[in-house]
Ligand binder design. Structure first.
Ligand SMILES: Cc1cc2nc3c(=O)[nH]c(=O)nc-3n(C[C@H](O)[C@H](O)[C@H](O)COP(=O)(O)O)c2cc1C
Length: 389
């Protein structure tokens, strides 16, 4: 097979969807929504510009499903029908470039900020984030949990109505889903929580691979109910992706083995694609004696053949992307690489990988890249790309 075919061959999800190639634009918040949470012209132009270079699938930035989950300055929302006109405009802009468009649906949990949401954050338990930098959240009541589950379903319905090809449920990066699944942030003793240890094993890492820990099912319940509700809303044929962080560095945190168990519970409820979140593809955060390999490959190996997996994390060159495919991972997602070079896909397809830009040197370059003005500031402050020779 030709060098490039593995990145540029199409991928079909049964009859649901055909992607024109294996490249995905990673969801990246551009802090450029309109003040009411709707997609701004700048944000849409940014996404369309990247879709136009021939990418297979564009994930939108994380979009809050309920105001209580609003986590970043000028984050986009899909929390009300008022958002529909601009959601449609965004979906159209991506779709008309021939890319599939997925709306990423999100709730920040303890990462939500009261200055944006207008209320203290809520989370499974009153536990701050790992770094202690979040506000102290209030533990969610049963009613609040169901309200947020329903908000996810309603948001997925809006994505469908607006013309997005699919949705991605943001289950990763320490936000609400992960807060429920992680023993570090979920201290509940009701049916939405429970210790990782179970009656049948001393340590969760030693639990038999094929045996399901019933306590794990409690911590997975929020994700299970959301997937069920989303599927109920959009019907059986609408593509739904689930993004997961494969492991946690905390000693109390979950392992890749646990994440695989979570996914094995979610898949039968109607997940079509699994997106394994990572900053550095191929690198594990914590010791996991089950693995002997890296988390994305472990997950990819554990998934059934008809569930494609997306790998991500510091993929800067076509060679990096091919290494993901060499692991048997079906799709490759690019975040910062596409921010820095909107023509990454074209250059890669045409064998001009050596022309791919991996740094922004001037304001003028930023402007040529259609990076929304608030994002330009943000890129200066906090984006770090590994130096590339
Ligand atoms: C500025 C910025 C914003 C991000 N926003 C999101 C987001 O909205 N949703 C999400 O799931 N991940 C988000 N991420 C994580 C990326 O999707 C991706 O996993 C990460 O950047 C690693 O990939 P990369 O090295 O190709 O950038 C963000 C990352 C950055 C740098």
């Amino acid at each position: 097979m030709h060098f490039h075919d593995r990145l540029f061959e199409p991928l079909s999800l049964g009859d649901k969807l055909t992607l024109r190639n294996r490249l995905v634009m990673a969801p990246m918040t551009t802090v450029s929504g309109n003040p009411d949470g709707s997609f701004s012209d700048e944000e849409i132009a940014y996404l369309e510009r990247r879709a136009s270079s021939g990418i297979g699938l564009v994930m939108t930035p994380a979009c809050y499903v309920h105001k209580s989950g609003h986590s970043f300055e000028r984050q986009v929302g899909c929390h009300s029908d008022d958002m529909l006109p601009r959601l449609s405009r965004c979906a159209d802009a991506i779709n008309r470039q021939g890319a599939a468009s997925f709306l990423q649906i999100h709730h920040g949990g303890n990462a939500a900020r009261s200055e944006y949401s207008g209320r203290p954050p809520m989370a499974p338990s009153a536990v701050m984030n790992r770094r202690g930098t979040s506000e102290m959240p209030a533990a969610m009541t049963e009613d609040e949990i169901w309200m947020i589950i329903e908000s996810f379903a309603a948001a997925a319905g809006r994505a469908n109505k607006a013309g997005f090809t699919g949705v991605e449920i943001h289950g990763a990066n320490t936000y609400l889903f992960q807060q429920f699944f992680s023993p570090f942030t979920n201290k509940r003793t009701d049916k939405w929580g429970g210790d990782l240890r179970c009656d049948r094993c001393d340590r969760h890492q030693e639990h038999d691979r094929l045996e399901l820990c019933h306590r794990l099912e409690n911590r997975a319940r929020f994700a299970l109910e959301v997937v069920k509700a989303v599927r109920g809303e959009v019907g059986p044929d609408y593509p739904v992706a689930y993004r997961v962080s494969p492991e946690e560095p905390d000693p109390d945190g979950y392992s890749t083995h646990d994440a695989i168990q979570l996914l094995s519970l979610l898949l039968p409820l109607g997940i079509d694609i699994v997106h394994v979140s990572s900053w550095q593809y191929g690198v594990g955060l914590r010791y996991d004696w089950h693995s002997g390999t890296h988390p994305t490959k472990m997950i990819s190996d554990a998934m059934p053949d008809d569930i494609p997996v997306i790998g991500v994390g510091s993929i800067l060159t076509p060679g990096d992307a091919l290494r993901v495919r060499d692991d048997g991972v079906e799709l490759v997602s690019l975040g910062r690489a596409l921010l820095l070079d909107a023509d990454w896909v074209t250059k890669s397809r045409e064998g001009r990988g050596n022309e791919i830009r991996t740094a922004i040197h001037s304001e003028e370059e930023r402007q040529r890249l259609d990076i929304p003005p608030p994002m330009r500031e943000y890129t200066k402050r906090s984006i770090q790309i590994a130096p590339v020779a």
